[in-house]
Design a protein. Structure first.
Length: 294
C-alpha cells in the first residue's frame, strides 16, 4: 500500500490519506482557532451575519473570501502546542508513504479558511491557474510538499482548491525542452525548502513557475479550454469526469475535498487555483508544508 501510494502521488501529484488525525484532537484546534478569529475579527462561526459585516479585511474576489492577517493567529496556535500532536500524526503518515526521515515539517502553518462568495453555482474555475514551485530538470521530486488538513468536512461547493493532477509531469517535460540555467536568484528565493540540495545553484536547469501555463495552452487544446469560460455542466464533464491524456500523461481537474481528519498531500508544481464557495459554510482547512531532507 505504501509503494502504491507513493507511485500514485508520483503520477498524479495529489494523494489523499483518510483518518490520519483524531477528530477530537482536531476539534480542540478548531475551537481555539475560532476563538482567536472571533477575538481578532469579531467573526462567529455560528452567526453568518458576522462573517462579512464585522470583517475589516477579507480578501478575494467574487468566488470566495479569505481572511487576511491570519499569520499571527497561526503562529500563536503553533506556539501554544495545540498543533504538536496533529503535526506528529501527519509526520507519521508522510514517513509511511515516502520513507522515514525523508521530509521535514516547516515551522509555519497556514490558514486556508474561506467564506462564501457572491456566486451561486459551482464551476470548474477558468482563471488564476498557477504553480508554486519551479520545476528542476531531471528531478522527479519537488522541493516541498503541501499538506492540506481538513478541520471539518469540505465539499467542492465550499470553495475547494482545484488542481490539475498530472500537470507537474507536464511541467517536467516542458522543463527539459525550455528550462534554463543561471537561476540562482530564484533558487535562493526558495532557500527555506531547497538549501543544501545544490552545490552550484547557477548550474541548475529549471523552468520558473510563470513559464508553465502558456506553453501548455499553446500545445494542448484541453488547456486552451480550461482557461476559457463555459457552462458548469460542460466544464465539470470535460475537466473532472473525462480528463485528458497527452504525451502519455493523464491529467484531470481534482477538487481537494475530504472529511475531518483527512489530509491531502499536494505537489506544489501542479497547476492549481481556488474555486467558488457557493455553500453557506466556511471552508475550514489548514496547510502545513514539508521540505525535502538531503
Amino acid at each position: 500500500m505504501t509503494f502504491s501510494n507513493r507511485e500514485n502521488f508520483r503520477k498524479k501529484g495529489v494523494l489523499q490519506l483518510s483518518n490520519v488525525i483524531d477528530v477530537e484532537m482536531l476539534a480542540d484546534v478548531q475551537t481555539h482557532l475560532w476563538q482567536e478569529v472571533e477575538r481578532n475579527f469579531s467573526i462567529n462561526i455560528d452567526e453568518p451575519s458576522t462573517w462579512f459585516t464585522n470583517a475589516s479585511n477579507p480578501v478575494g474576489d467574487a468566488r470566495a473570501k479569505r481572511l487576511n492577517g491570519m499569520g499571527s493567529i497561526m503562529r500563536e496556535l503553533k506556539a501554544s502546542g495545540k498543533l504538536d500532536k496533529v503535526e506528529s500524526a501527519i509526520q507519521s503518515a508522510i514517513d509511511k508513504v515516502f520513507g522515514a526521515h525523508s521530509w521535514q515539517p516547516l515551522d509555519l502553518w497556514y490558514s486556508l479558511l474561506s467564506f462564501p462568495g457572491s456566486e451561486s453555482v459551482w464551476n470548474v474555475p477558468h482563471k488564476s491557474w498557477h504553480n508554486d514551485e519551479p520545476t528542476v530538470v531531471e528531478d522527479a521530486e519537488p522541493w516541498s510538499l503541501f499538506v492540506f488538513v481538513f478541520l471539518d468536512n469540505v465539499t467542492a461547493d465550499m470553495g475547494s482548491t482545484t488542481v490539475v493532477s498530472g500537470s507537474h509531469r507536464r511541467a517536467e517535460r516542458l522543463a527539459t525542452a525550455l528550462g534554463t540555467s543561471n537561476n540562482a536568484a530564484l533558487i535562493n528565493a526558495f532557500e527555506s525548502v531547497n538549501s543544501g540540495l545544490f552545490e552550484n545553484p547557477e548550474d541548475v536547469t529549471l523552468l520558473p513557475m510563470d513559464q508553465v501555463l502558456d506553453p501548455l495552452i499553446q500545445e494542448d487544446p484541453w488547456f486552451q479550454e480550461l482557461v476559457k469560460e463555459g457552462s458548469p455542466d460542460q466544464r465539470i464533464q470535460r475537466f473532472i469526469e473525462e480528463g485528458s491524456s497527452l504525451h502519455g500523461i493523464e491529467q484531470r481537474v481534482v477538487t481537494l475535498t475530504g472529511t475531518a481528519g483527512d489530509i491531502i498531500v499536494f505537489d506544489p508544481r501542479c497547476l492549481h487555483t481556488f474555486s467558488a464557495n457557493v455553500s453557506n459554510l466556511p471552508r475550514q482547512v489548514l496547510r502545513l508544508d514539508f521540505r525535502r531532507k538531503i
